[in-house]
Design a protein around this ligand. Structure first.
Ligand code: FAD
Ligand code: NAP
Length: 535
């Protein structure tokens, strides 16, 4: 029926596209609502210079179709934004997904009326459905800092997650970048190549590993294609969805020269594989300190000016407790005469003036272009922006006033027939996300098919949800992750956001097993109610 499918899926990135495909396969009618003008999600929005993935191309992709795996050719170890976007556009066309997606359609509210969901969109549209599946992403709510005077800036400013499609002309201009997370670290070297002068406003120095990007040689690409079955098996058995076997070497037991040689080999291999070479790096403080020291020494080896090198050296958090960036010539960029580093921890940004950025000391940095690489209101942010109301009109914002809690990251008590792909409490951002996304979607599709077959509605029980919240907290506390006080994993990057460790740190394989056990046992963590009774 028009505007009344069985399922509405919000979002058309990796998650939404696969959800539409999979739910269709289960015989459900599905419609997608997407704020953007096209598919792609992250890869539609993040068009900043240098944007590319950190997962490697051969596994930063879907695994559900072996034909798709075989027919798509990746050009690089880490493809850029445009290539990933064209992959997702290809997926949308190949599986004929666009016919069931309304683009330029932003959801502003979604309320459960006791029978199903009523969804309102910014353009005045209304959709009804029995099951609501959110595929709104973990990193899709841009976080623009509330700095006084921004509206007075006479130059142009942009957030990297809302980068203009036509690009931004920085050639010969004075460009400022606020932020040195994964995004800033990717953008800074590329912006420096064309800017007249680049000023980096750094609050927290970050670790970064060289990506070692390179074109994918045809024989390497063919090798991956031939090995896909084994690669996928490794991913499914891994803690983070990457197909790397974590080293079993006890690095602390090695003599100093062998340990250094092991770290040097990992450094040369580069990318996210670096972490897999160091067992226990996220659980053993001594291992982490050794590794952090190694990485700090690399910064000092790379950056010519000792004061700048020290300012770029992270000393306030252990390696990998904030999402570790990977880079191409990031630290080398500070050796350029036309790049300067400003420590805004020591001298914070006070205001934006018509001319540029003024610090608390009164120092002013004149700029033509200001780039906010300041991240996202992660995980809970995109869900809260949907204006969701559940049983009795309770808002999700109220339910999460003390912090976002879910059951398995997949559903929320008090919100029947709502399923959240990579919601808070899921492994999501601690994993290779397409792997987690496919697992979530398959699991949700099975549950929805079960509910339809038995005419049931489902929502997590408060008890199951409370236990899961406790388990999420324990899993984080078993690692060093909570030690990064300013991490977005904790919500610390958004003023006023409750400090709750948001993703599940217990590992992808373990999580998948728990989800499978939940389904096999008939969904004991969910209240399953007959629809007539519920109505
Ligand atoms: P998204 O791609 O974020 O899509 C969500 C969609 O929902 C968006 O299109 C958005 O417009 C839409 N939406 C949100 N709210 C509404 C609303 N109210 N109404 C309508 N539509 C709405 N992960 C990795 O595993 N490896 C990587 O290498 C990697 N690289 C990344 C690089 C960058 C620059 C960023 C920002 C993230 C990266 N990630 C990476 C994480 C990345 O977000 C995921 O890999 C993946 O793309 C998420 O897909 P998704 O469909 O869940 O969400
Ligand atoms: P981020 O990691 O949250 O980093 C934001 C940066 O902005 C931090 O350096 C932060 O400093 C700084 N900042 C924020 N507000 C500020 C303010 N008011 N004044 C000064 N500095 C401020 O955001 P991100 O770099 O966009 O990355 C977010 C996540 O997206 C990543 O962790 C990753 O998961 C994903 N991502 C992935 C890739 C990839 O895989 N290729 C690329 C980009 C992004 P503090 O540290 O002091 O808060």
């Amino acid at each position: 029926m028009a505007n009344d499918p069985d399922v509405v899926v919000i979002g058309a990135g990796f998650a939404g596209l696969y959800a539409i495909h999979r739910l269709r396969e289960r015989g459900l009618s599905v419609h997608g609502l997407e704020a953007a003008e096209g598919v792609g999600g992250t890869w539609y929005w993040n068009r900043y210079p240098g944007a590319r993935c950190d997962s490697e191309s051969y596994y930063y992709c879907y695994a559900f179709s072996s034909e798709l795996e075989q027919e798509w050719d990746w050009s690089e170890r880490y493809p850029g934004q445009a290539e990933i976007l064209s992959y997702l556009e290809h997926v949308a066309d190949r599986f004929d997904l666009r016919r069931d997606i309304s683009f330029s359609t932003t959801v502003v509210s979604a309320a459960h009326d006791g029978d199903g969901w009523v969804i309102d969109t910014e353009d005045g549209g209304r959709w009804t459905c029995r099951w609501l599946v959110t595929a709104v992403g973990c990193l899709s709510s841009a976080n623009v800092p509330d700095i006084p005077g921004l509206e007075s800036f006479a130059g142009e400013w942009h957030h990297t997650g809302q980068w203009p499609h036509e690009g931004v002309d920085v050639a010969g201009r004075r460009v400022g970048v606020v932020g040195t997370g994964s995004t800033g670290i990717q953008a800074i070297p590329v912006l420096a190549e064309s800017a007249g002068h680049l000023t980096v406003f750094q609050r927290t120095a970050n670790f970064s590993i060289p990506a070692r990007n390179a074109p994918l040689a045809p024989e390497e690409a063919a090798g991956y294609k031939a090995d896909y079955a084994a690669i996928r098996e490794l991913q499914q058995a891994s803690t983070n969805g990457h197909p790397f076997v974590v080293s079993d070497v006890d690095t602390l037991a090695l003599p100093d020269d062998e340990r250094r040689a092991l770290l040097e080999r990992a450094w040369e291999r580069g990318g996210l594989r670096f972490r897999a070479a160091v067992r226990d790096v996220l659980t053993d403080p001594a291992v982490n300190e050794e590794t952090s020291d190694f990485l700090r020494s690399k910064i000092h080896e790379t950056v010519d000016d000792a004061t700048t090198a020290e300012a770029l050296t992270p000393r306030d958090h252990p390696f990998a407790t904030k999402r570790p960036p990977i880079d191409t010539r990031y630290f080398e960029t500070y050796n350029r005469a036309d790049v300067s580093l400003v420590d805004v921890r020591a001298d914070p940004i006070a205001t934006i003036t018509p001319r540029g950025v003024r610090l608390e000391s009164g120092a002013e940095h004149p700029l033509d272009v200001l780039v906010f690489a300041t991240g996202f209101d992660a995980l809970s942010g995109p869900l809260l922006r949907l204006g969701i109301r559940g049983t009795g009109g309770q808002s999700l914002a109220d339910a999460w006033a003390e912090g976002a809690t879910t059951y398995l990251g997949l559903g929320v008590a008090g919100f029947p027939d709502l399923f959240t792909i990579t919601g808070p409490g899921s492994p999501s951002v601690l994993t290779n996300m397409p792997t987690s996304i496919e697992q979530h979607v398959d699991w949700i599709a099975d549950l929805v098919a079960h509910l339809r077959a038995h005419d049931l509605e489902a929502e997590p029980t408060p008890e199951a949800q409370a236990q899961w919240a406790e388990h999420v907290r324990e899993a984080a506390d078993a690692t060093l992750l909570p030690q990064a006080a300013s991490s977005w994993y904790l919500g610390a990057n958004v003023p006023g956001k409750p400090r709750v460790f948001l993703p599940y740190a217990g590992g992808f394989a373990r999580y998948r097993e728990m989800c499978d056990a939940e389904a096999a046992a008939g969904y004991p963590g969910f209240a399953l109610r007959a629809r007539q009774q519920a109505a």
